[in-house]
Every structure is written in structure tokens, then in C-alpha cells.
Write a protein of this length. Sequence first.
Length: 605
Amino acid sequence: MCGIIGIASNKSVTPNIIQSLKKLEYRGYDSAGIATIVNGNIDEKKCTGRVDNLEKMLFKNPSNGSLGIGHVRWATHGTPNQINAHPHSSEEVSVVHNGIIENSSELKENLEKKGYKFKSQTDTEVITFLLTDFLKNFDLINAINKTLEKLNGSFALGIIIKKYNNIVVGARRGSPLAVGYGPEENYLGSDSYALKSMTNKITYLDDGDVCVLTSGKIEFYNSKNIKVNKEVLTLSNDKYTAEKGDYKDFMSKEISEQNITAKTCIKEYVDQLRQDINLYNFPIKPEEIKKIVLIGCGTAYHSCVTAKYWFEEFTNIPIEIDIASEFRYRKIKFDNKNLYIFVSQSGETADTLAALDLCKKNKAKTCSIINVVESSIARSSDFVLPIHAGPEIGVASTKAFTGQMLVLYILAIKISDVRKETNKSDYINKINELKRLPGLIKETLKCQDEIQVIAKDFLHARGAMFLGRGLSFPIALEGALKLKELSYLHAEGYPAGEMKHGPLALIEEGLPVVILAPKDRYFEKTISNMQEVIARGGKVILISNEHNKIVSENVRFTLEIPKTDDYLTPFLMTIPLQLLAYHVASLKNCDIDKPRNLAKSVTVE
Ligand code: AGP
């Protein structure tokens, strides 16, 4: 993953590099570093841990160059120590890298034969020495191109060179790279978010592009080494600032604002006057869709699993769901009457982007459901449906999940209406019930105090299980993912009916088991499964919208959520599970916004 930044200016770039690196920490936070040119020499400073550590280091020992590059790392090759932190510099060249160089061992061997001495275990250092070597015999652009030609894999690069002490070079293949235009300086960054506080004039590099920045100008070269012009985009202002405000962390803010983000999203799609959903210029006529394939990773995948139930209920379209990292390598039989829907908060997830590229190569119709509308996935798909959730900073996805489900739900009911697979009054009822959803989310959020008590039960548990049927099954998967991601507690989500086929063996005295049992057509069956768990010593936390004393007997905790249309229950079920993961992690003093080993945007395979 990793985040990179580069600035060419006439004044010290360190403060802006640090500020941008803090924004990029969502991409990785196991080490950080900066390189500038000071008194004609490359000055590299790096450390393990957060950007705060780097800032302290620079406070004691400043680095005041007027151009520079910075990096936050999520380790792929080599442990997260200071030596492996980026930048990687020779006397002549300093490089920051996001991505993976697949042939680094082979390149390293050749460079070592030439006498280059490697300090790190990273794949990136080969780029430093390759460029250093080519610069001996070639001019800048040719040396860069010769270096890039040698690399297999994916990368976004930021480079500074001692000999060319007024430029920053950027290059992209596979990993995203944005360029920003400032009044007296220019920028390079892994995404527009990192550059937003400095400029709202942005352009994006395409695969194979190289850019050369000075403080006053930016030049672009395409993969054929031809100078090209790029369209400059003006970024929109965010309605929700990426600041914590009075909240302790971003996650608690993002959980709490879900009623507002849901309301915004509904307003964007629902035409209140006509009682209809606005959806124009769809890449394929809904009546002609033969099959829908929903693709995503992690939480985004769970929103796809939920949507499968909705699409199957409301339409006659066959639905498939796929994890992007699997989809991208399978022998898929494409059909241009199928619709491939990609779900991603960041819009930069490497596996999802690769799956989308595969569809595009096969001329399939694509649509993306995205939070970051300037992202690579949004820019590559035929049609974009934004979730309008505002910046999500906490690594654990919360408001984006409800936003993704919301757009998928809206899409499912709209497609069923266009295809005349639902009657008009049902369609209008669904829209009206949807308008009540933000209020119901707000009400559900009030369970915070109860959840705090329930969370204590998980403190010394060896693990936990989450069970549900129908639409509650994907929410069980999501509840388990949130708990393991935030509190490092082993957790599994299962369809409740699957327990007797193996997982029931895991139930032992005192194991916390969260049962999701709304009063839907599965209710009685789920309650029977719950009894099987209780009989084996499981400590049950029942979440339901049915208050039933008999059912609650022998249940350790019962949590009641508001009643709504069965199809909308997943939105409300999700809230207590997010809060549960949050409070268990808080009790265990885990880093809520930046759980260990993870990153917000997974831009490597
Ligand atoms: C969720 O809490 C995760 N951090 C993770 O599973 C995430 O949803 C996944 O990496 C996909 O990210 P995306 O939505 O940005 O594509």
C-alpha cells in the first residue's frame, strides 16, 4: 500500500510534506520518511512508527530543502524497521514507492554484481540503484524510462535527483498517482485527499505516465515517451470535513454520523416529488441485463453479499457475488449483457481495480459504487454511483458500509421497477420506508450504553461467533470482521443453519455468540439455532426487533433494535455490531483508527 508525496517549491517543503503524510497514514503507518536536497546533497530522514515520530525527529534535526519526497509505509518486502522505511537513497537519487516490484531479486543480483551495496530488504532499493546507474550514461527522461522498463510489477514513484536539484519526478504503473497545481509550487501524491489542503486543481497520471515537476511547471510524458497534456480537474468541497471534531477518534465519529450520511445519500437518489429514483445513463438497459456480478473486498464484499438477497428478492436477474482477489484470476465467461458492479470505499483497492480492468479488457459493462469519486475505480468504470458518505478515515469501514448497502438497495429496487418485476405501489412503499431509515438509524445509535456493558463480556473471551440467516447472515460476517479487525479477537460469522455442520464444535462454556434474529421469515429457525448454542454453554447476545420474554430466557443479553421493513433490517443490525467492536477494542486499549497490520486503502495485491 503506502502513501507517497512530492513537492517542488521555492520555500521549505517539510511542513507540507508532514501535513500530507499525516493524511496519507490511512494507507500505511508502520514507518515514515522524507528526503530533500539540502546544500546540494540528498538529506534523508526516516523512522519506524507514525508520522508524529518523523515530525519529532525533524523538529530536533530540521531538513529545509525546497523540494522533497515523503512516504508512509505498509510493509511488503522486509520488516517495518528504520532501514526498510522509505525513501531509499543513493548519493545521487532518492526514491519513494507504492506497489511491488516483482522481479526485484533478479535485479538486485545484477546490481550487486556491478558493485551496488544494498542496505534494506525492500524491493524499492533496486529502483534507486537502477536509476543511479542509468543516469551515468543517459539524460533524465531516458534514464527514467530505462529504469521503468526494467521493472515488473506495480508502482507509483516519487523521485528526487541530486544532479537535477529543482525537480521532482513521478511515475505510475498500476498504483495511483495524482498531481496537484499550486500557485507557486506543484505536488505529487498518492491521492487527491493528501493534496487537498494545498490545492484543488488536480490531474491523474495514467498507467505508463511520467511527470516532471518544478515549482512553476509540470510536464507529462506517456508510456511512449511523448510529451502529453492532461485535463486539470477542480475538486469539489467535502460536505463532511475529515476532522474528528469533539470525537475521541474517527471511528466513533463515523459510526455516529451514519444517520446523516444515509440521509444525504437518499436525498441524492430519491426524487421526493415524483416518488422515484433518479438513475440515468445506465451503461446497460436494466430490461436487458442477463446477469449481475457484484465484486468487492472485505467489508465492501459483505455489502455485495447483502445485495445478492435484495436483487434476488426484487428482480428475476441471476446474481453472482465475488471476492475481487479471486475473480481477477479466474477463467470468467464474460457476456456483454451482464452487468459487473464493483464496490469500494476508497476506489483504489488493487484487487478490485484489477478485477475491473479484466472486465474492461473483455468489453464488459461496468458500474462502480464508490465513496471517493476521484478514485481510480470510479474513473475506470462505465458508470459511477457515489455513496455520498464523506471522507472515511478510520481503517474499519462503517459509514461506507451502510452507504454501499444503501446504494445497492436503491439500485435493486430501481432495476426491479424498470423491469416491471415489482408493482408500482410496492416500489413507492419501499421508497417511503427508505425515507424513514435515517431516523431509525439515529434511534438505533442510542444502544451505545447497553453495548458498553455487553462489551465487557468479550474482554477475556477466547473468541466470538456471529450468527444470522437470510439478510442477517452477511451482517454476521461483517460483525465478525469488525470485531477481529479492531480488537484482534478471533471471530467467525456463520449462517445460523450451518452450525450443526461443524462450527457447533467450537461452542464451549462462556463463548460469546451474537445471534441476529429480526422478526422475519427466518425468526423461528434462528431461535432454534440459538437454543442449540445455549444448550452447549454459549453466552448468547440476542439482537432482535421482537421483544419476546420466552425467547429471551437463558439469553445473557437481549438488545432491541427498531422495527422496519424486513429488507431494511440489515442497516439497523449493523449499528450495534460496529459499536460492539468499537467498545471491545476500546476496553482492550487497541488503536481504534489504525488497527495493527492494516491500512485504509489496500493498493497492493
Ligand atoms: C473494513 O473494515 C476493512 N478495513 C476492509 O475490509 C475494506 O473494506 C476492504 O479493504 C475494501 O476496501 P475498499 O472498500 O476501499 O475497496
